[in-house]
Write a protein that binds this ligand. Structure first.
Ligand code: GLC
Length: 742
């Protein structure tokens, strides 16, 4: 028996080795046959034009790209998203000399056919399982439409809500952002490339794109390497360790070097130190944009700098197709550099199984099944409700009774459809019919005997007050008014930086007019970022933050309003009191003159005209019920290097509703060789408690959690005093002090 087992093991091990070896060998064999033009093609990706899913499947503008594909001079196309068009383009690729299959890429950022909450809203759920599942669904749907590769997750940390792309990230915290990034990679890649429902994920935008000066998109980034390593790089490293297939570099220059031309980021760190084996794609035309940066003198110079720095694939600028062959012929680029990049791309195509079957993702039946998947929509509805953050509920008007006689929904978003889809949704012709509006969601749940009135009241961003009167009259007829205000879904996202993040247009004026009627108001804020809404915060007793929740938005919102779902979301970013306070974030340093209270003003690090704390802190979010924290205990107050600290706390649901709470664990390193933040999130647990139920949570901390980068970029911890904090948000914590000895 033993001999049989041993021989079977040897055979399977041999097959395994030969199978692994075969990919590397196949790539080498193919590489040996390729011309430099074909190699440059494999390192190039061009955009297809949006095709009309029910219209012609080939835009005439694509004809030159078809020629390149047939000549084997194009390796990938983005923004095709149907079996019909991917099949047709793949058929052209099969007519090329070496029949290298195309890669089809798409921004599948928060869902595909079923759109989910915008990513910052997803982060507010603090639910890694739901986030991973949402990407699993997105991958299932996208792969059914012929997509091999998503340009997600975006793992940029940002502390600046003026930057429109906070909408597609996970907020300000490195620890939370890293865990969410890993969950997304796992969701997209599932059981591994080669599975029919797995798509390649992309960690983007490498790196520190979210730290643009002034929160102005595409602007410069300049910071110490220490801060880069402490705050902005860990989510990328975590994604690489989780096996993310590709990276995308970023538009910004960082410390004077455009990321696309940064050897430090792409070769020294990513490929050499972190051992990344996938490939790096440029962000859109970031290769050629190095000319604008003043880092390259022309397209050829840009290609030279990008490929030498480790930017493997050129999206959209055609720089590589046009320049690489001559650069190699002129001896300016060693063919080994090109071959390394091509090897990385071809390896992924083999891993996806595209060489075995270039049409494996072209299955009309699968596409049909995933066109309107009821199960996915049901999940989307649940995920939407879990992303909502309850900001205020002072008069306990929420949850609202379904038998409320007359409800008025007032505001520019009430009957909007596509807005609920969010910025990075993949547009399809039937979106308007498929998306549940806020009005419909609420109407569907109100009793049949009740009345739901609607008035738009104003537009999102202009000075038109002509609809005010009708809105006020509508409010007067109602028992309760639900206001739906915020920013348009196209007011956050790429190239959507805002210098003013108050309600746009005359929305706040409308709110004040409705407030004058004296009617109870529930304010719903739709946005892809933290907004400033000081007057509303101080005058409206009930506020929910609904982000943009996707295809099932109206149902998710109604579930929260009527109490089918008890909101448990927590803010993944600090909400500033005003733009002048930006950047404001929880894990700041203490400074030499800390403001003991938020109202301190004189000769401390504070503004003389503003309280020092954010309007709403990182990790903040209420519930329809009340949770108490008790029996906060530590396993020891003095530990040595080989010990683990156990933290216990009991959470009790003391209110009248079942609900979810996110208990957060923070530390503070009191003294360090570099100054340390006043708080660092190092753990959280999301729990469900029935009313009256208690649960004791246990957290474990080891010295690994205490490590940081010193000014020589050594990553280690120091012995000393630490505060251990536990609480419901970053401001509301209980603290115990320990000493940890090396
Ligand atoms: C855009 C975005 C990037 C996206 C890419 C392809 O400019 O910066 O996030 O993946 O181009 O659409």
């Amino acid at each position: 028996m033993k001999k049989l087992f041993l021989s079977l093991f040897v055979i399977s091990f041999g097959i395994g080795i030969s199978a692994q070896k075969s990919v590397a060998q196949k790539v080498s064999e193919l590489l040996a046959k390729m011309t430099i033009e074909e190699k440059a093609g494999q390192l190039s990706q061009l955009n297809s034009d949006w095709e009309d899913l029910t219209g012609p499947i080939l835009q005439k503008k694509d004809e030159d790209k078809v020629a390149l594909i047939q000549q084997g001079k194009l390796g990938s196309v983005l923004n095709v998203r149907s079996v019909a068009q991917t099949r047709m383009l793949q058929e052209y690729a099969m007519k090329s000399r070496l029949k290298i299959p195309l890669l089809f890429g798409q921004d599948v950022i928060h869902g595909f056919r079923t759109s989910f909450p915008v990513n910052i809203g997803q982060a507010a759920s603090w639910d890694l399982g739901l986030i991973e599942k949402s990407e699993r669904i997105a991958a299932t749907e996208a792969s059914a439409f012929g997509i091999h590769w998503t340009f997600a997750p975006m793992v940029d940390i940002s502390r600046d809500p003026r930057w429109g792309r906070v909408m597609e990230g996970s907020g300000e915290d490195t620890y939370l952002g890293s865990l969410i990034g890993v969950a997304r990679v796992k969701g997209f890649q599932g059981k591994g490339l080669g599975n029919i429902d797995a798509v390649m994920a992309t960690a983007k935008h490498f790196a520190a794109y979210g730290a643009a000066v002034g929160g102005r998109d595409y602007n410069s980034v300049d910071m110490s390497l220490r801060q880069l390593h402490e705050i902005y790089l860990p989510p990328f490293k975590a994604a690489a360790e989780a096996g993310v297939a590709t990276f995308m570099n970023s538009f910004n220059d960082i410390n004077g070097i455009p990321a696309t031309g940064s050897k430090y980021l792409q070769r020294d760190l990513l490929k050499n130190k972190w051992g990344f084996k996938g490939f790096v794609v440029s962000d859109w035309g970031s290769v050629i944009e190095m000319v604008n940066h003043g880092f390259a003198k022309d397209k050829t110079d840009a290609s030279l700098k990008a490929i030498l720095a480790g930017s493997d694939m050129d999206m959209e600028s055609r720089a590589y197709i046009e320049s690489l062959p001559q650069l190699v012929k002129d001896g300016k680029v060693d063919i080994k550099i090109i071959d390394d990049a091509v090897r990385r791309v071809l390896t992924k195509k083999f891993e996806l199984g595209l060489f075995d079957d270039p049409f494996k993702f072209c299955n009309d039946e699968r596409q049909k099944q995933q066109t309107n998947n009821a199960e996915h929509r049901k999940f989307g509805r649940e995920f939407g409700a879990k992303s909502v953050v309850l900001i205020k509920n002072e008069t306990q008007i929420l949850p609202l009774s379904k038998s409320t006689k007359t409800v008025a929904l007032i505001g520019p978003f009430g009957k909007e459809t596509v807005a609920n889809h969010g910025f990075w949704s993949v547009p399809f012709n039937d979106d308007k019919e498929r998306i549940i509006t806020q009005f419909d969601g609420i109407k569907n749940q109100l009793d049949k005997s009740s009345t739901l009135l609607y008035a738009k009241g104003c537009n999102v961003d202009d000075q038109d007050r002509s609809m005010f009167e009708e809105a006020v009259e509508t409010a007067k007829k109602a028992d309760v008014v639900i206001m739906t205000l915020g920013e348009g879904h196209d007011m956050s996202g790429e190239a959507k930086s805002r210098s003013n993040i108050h309600f746009s247009g005359v929305q706040e004026e409308l709110l004040k007019e409705i407030h004058k009627t004296g009617k109870p108001i529930i304010l719903m804020i739709n946005a892809g970022r933290p907004l400033v809404f000081d007057w509303a915060s101080d005058n409206i007793p009930t506020i929910i933050y609904t982000w943009w929740l996707g295809t099932e938005a109206g149902n998710s919102i109604a579930d929260v309003i009527f109490g089918t779902a008890n909101p448990g979301g927590k803010l993944p970013m600090s909400f500033p009191r005003t733009e002048g306070q930006i950047p404001v974030y929880y894990n700041h340093y203490n400074t030499g003159r800390p403001a003991a209270k938020s109202t301190d003003r004189n000769y401390v690090s504070a503004y003389i005209d503003l309280d020092n704390d954010p309007k709403y802190p990182f990790g903040f979010g209420l519930s329809y019920t009340d949770f108490s924290y008790s029996d906060f205990k530590l396993s020891s107050e003095s530990l040595t290097a080989n010990q683990t600290l156990t933290v216990n706390v009991t959470i009790t649901n003391k209110g009248n509703f079942d609900g979810e709470e996110v208990a957060q664990l923070y530390i503070r390193d009191l003294v360090g060789k570099v100054v340390r933040p006043v708080k660092e999130l190092k753990g959280f647990q999301k729990i469900f408690l029935k009313k009256g139920e208690s649960k004791t949570l246990t957290f474990k901390l080891s010295p690994e959690s205490l490590k940081f980068y010193d000014d020589d970029l050594n990553y280690d911890w120091e012995e000393g005093e630490f505060d251990i904090m536990i609480g419901t948000n970053s401001n509301d914590v209980q603290t115990k002090r320990i000493y940890w000895r090396k």
